[in-house]
Design a protein around this ligand. Structure first.
Ligand SMILES: NC(=O)C1=CN([C@@H]2O[C@H](COP(=O)(O)OP(=O)(O)OC[C@H]3O[C@@H](n4cnc5c(N)ncnc54)[C@H](OP(=O)(O)O)[C@@H]3O)[C@@H](O)[C@H]2O)[C@@H](O)CC1
Ligand SMILES: [K+]
Length: 512
């Protein structure tokens, strides 16, 4: 699914009305009807009071449509107009007029704190104050209204986007954003729904198809791509009937130090489970019996050093190399990395201590082989690009870093973001249970295993992140979030592959 900017959505809106020969009021009626149906399906006529707060732009217009349709259906609706500006939109005025045809209760005009209503916990709030047309930070009594609503325990449903949030630019004041329990957004999710600073205001969301012009949406280059099952299905490369283990490559995992040999075990296992033909682990001497016992399928080469890696030498040309998991920061390890990056042609996945070592020894950056995949968590990312002002600044910095060094950067998080030059890919699978030791090692093994089978670095990253998250989701479905361990993600990679083509079950991409 594509994620568009607000400018693109306005353009789509305009083109749709022209091509479909409908008025923008008719398009608004479509949008409002979708929200009404969503609510009606769930409420089934329940007499619960529904408080609809409407701004004076088109988001407010949507709120008025929803109000009218709910009143017509016999619901108990109270409509408020948050009268924050004199410039009411035409669509707002049109629907303001129309609502008086269905009720004697004229919308309540709010102009100050004195107008804030009493709202009980079991009631419902619909937020139609500001949509994608927000053009400055809410202040004064409107900001106080947002804070007042946030303090109410009633269920809060945001229309299109929680009021106070920009769809694709940074947050200015987190005190001036409505904190929704659910968001219903039109046509395409907004970039702010996925970034750590802004996503919590959105909670869960559904995308409502309001029939914007498909041709325009198709040909427009989006801000980002959201990856869920349909996209992942297209990325999958089927195995050949006459393939042999050599067809699927020979992956090398360079990992582990004394006390952290588990990182090598996890990444090696994951590379196997994702389908690499052969996998060799390169570990310090102390890791030898552990690896050979834990994974009989793997080959093991040891460093000459007992406790950490000091010189990486293998007698074959790996089809892909994953490096960094549990390596430690020993000087000799840094030297070994330098040599490895300089002398190897194979595609790389660079993780954990390899990233930390690069951050501390920036000369290593120049040695990074082109098209390497870097998998930092936020702390490791800071080491690479420095601190950022906000999530949008972070994205710009990572784009620059990716272009400059010609690498793929995977920023791990609730919605893992893969950056390749100007291109952004947001992952929809995964869950909080995966915030556990070793799940990053599993991801590195997965991507290395995919590279080794011939997936190109960007595809291996985006597909690998999805399938790793999906394995975590299926695992969590069986054992819950808390009990989930990294080893379980690896075991469930099998189910994630099978699930890829099981179209009977929804992969619930937005339930975070
Ligand atoms: N495009 C689509 O696909 C479709 C879009 N649709 C809907 O339209 C919505 C966009 O509507 P929109 O453009 O009228 O903007 P909206 O969000 O209502 O707010 C703008 C108003 O608020 C005001 N204002 C802004 N900031 C403010 C502040 N801090 N404090 C106070 N005032 C502030 C600003 O006033 P002004 O700056 O002029 O004073 C202006 O009047 C979109 O989210 C969706 O719900 C659907 O109906 C159909 C398909
Ligand atoms: K809203």
């Amino acid at each position: 699914m594509k994620i568009f900017s607000s400018e693109q959505l306005y353009e789509a809106d305009k083109i749709t009305t022209e091509k479909q020969q409908i008025t923008s009021e008719e398009l608004m009626e479509r949008a409002g009807t979708q929200i009404f149906q969503w609510l009606h399906q769930r409420l089934q006529g329940a007499p619960v009071p529904i408080h609809i707060f409407c701004g004076i732009g088109d988001n407010g217009g949507d709120g008025l449509v929803v109000g009218r349709l709910l009143i017509e259906q016999g619901y108990n609706v109270i409509v408020y107009v948050v009268n924050c500006s004199d410039k009411r939109s035409e669509n707002f005025l049109h629907n303001y007029d129309k609502i008086k045809n269905v009720t004697k209760k004229w919308p309540i005009l709010m102009t100050s704190e004195d107008d804030f209503p009493e709202i009980n916990p079991e009631e419902i709030i619909v937020d139609a104050i500001f949509g994608i047309g927000l053009n400055r930070c809410p202040d004064g009594w409107v900001k106080e209204l947002i804070q007042y609503i946030n303090k109410r325990k009633a269920f809060k449903l945001a229309i299109d986007i929680p009021s106070g949030l920009y769809s694709n630019s940074p947050l200015e004041d987190k005190e001036a954003v409505l904190s929704a329990n659910h968001t219903l957004t039109f046509q395409a999710p907004k970039l702010s729904f996925f970034l750590p600073e802004t996503a919590p205001f959105v909670s869960n969301f559904d995308v409502l198809d309001i029939g914007l012009d498909l041709e325009f949406l198709h040909k427009s280059e989006p801000l980002a791509h959201l990856i869920s099952k349909p996209e992942a299905q297209r990325f999958y490369q089927p195995r050949e009937k006459f393939g042999h283990k050599g067809t699927y490559g020979h992956a090398l995992l360079v990992a582990g130090s004394y006390g952290k040999i588990g990182a090598a075990v996890l990444s090696t296992k994951a590379a196997f489970r994702i389908g690499a033909g052969l996998v060799t682990a390169f570990v310090p001497k102390c890791g030898y019996p552990i690896l050979q016992t834990a994974i009989p399928e793997a080959m093991v080469i040891t460093d000459k050093n007992e406790e950490y890696i000091s010189s990486i030498e293998v007698d074959f040309e790996p089809s892909a190399i994953g490096v960094g998991m549990g390596l430690g920061k020993n000087k000799a390890t840094v030297e070994a990395l330098k040599k490895l990056f300089t002398n190897t042609e194979s595609p790389f996945v660079i993780d954990a201590d390899a990233l930390n070592n690069i951050s501390k020894n920036k000369e290593l950056l120049k040695l990074l082989p082109k098209n390497s995949v870097l998998t930092p968590h936020p702390g490791e990312l800071k080491g690479l690009i420095g601190i950022w002002k906000n999530d949008y600044d972070k994205i710009e910095k990572v784009k620059k870093f990716s272009s400059k060094h010609e690498v793929v950067v995977i920023i791990k998080g609730a919605y893992t973001l893969t950056v390749y030059g100007d291109k952004l890919y947001l992952n929809s699978s995964g869950n909080p249970g995966m915030a556990t030791a070793g799940s990053g090692d599993a991801l590195t093994g997965v991507i290395t295993g995919l590279l080794s089978q011939g997936y190109d670095p960007l595809l291996a990253s985006v597909f690998g992140v999805y399938i790793h998250g999906r394995a975590g989701d299926i695992a969590a479905g069986q054992m819950g979030y808390e009990a989930l361990m990294a080893g379980d993600i690896i075991e469930f990679l099998a189910d994630a592959y099978i699930d890829l083509f099981n179209n009977t079950k929804n992969d619930e991409p937005y339930e975070k």
